[in-house]
Design a protein around this ligand. Sequence first.
Ligand code: SF4
Ligand code: SF4
Length: 94
Amino acid sequence: MTFPCTECGACCSSIEGIDFLEEYNENGICKMLVNNRCSIYENRPLLCRINQAYEEIFSSFMSKEEFFEQNAKACNELQERLGIDLKYRVVLNQ
Ligand code: SF4
Ligand code: SF4
């Protein structure tokens, strides 16, 4: 199972305070985000790769289901805060 990212771009527009992404931070928005797409997608940092980040980091701490649930909750809360259309909400187990 891979994380069902809806490509809303919300996470890339809210990187203030994330140390791993500080070099890309431009007023809280990642400067690699171009037309709401990642311009370095193939070479994006590990933290931006949800599935790979789970395997390489978070699998030592929690199940994949738990990790995906936490991420989906964070995505949806962020989307609500940014006023992003409901059609982009992340729904697990579909
Ligand atoms: S906020 Fe979530 S759904 Fe939106 S682009 Fe980021 S990971 Fe994907
Ligand atoms: S590097 Fe790409 S995926 Fe990561 S925050 Fe920036 S635009 Fe988003």
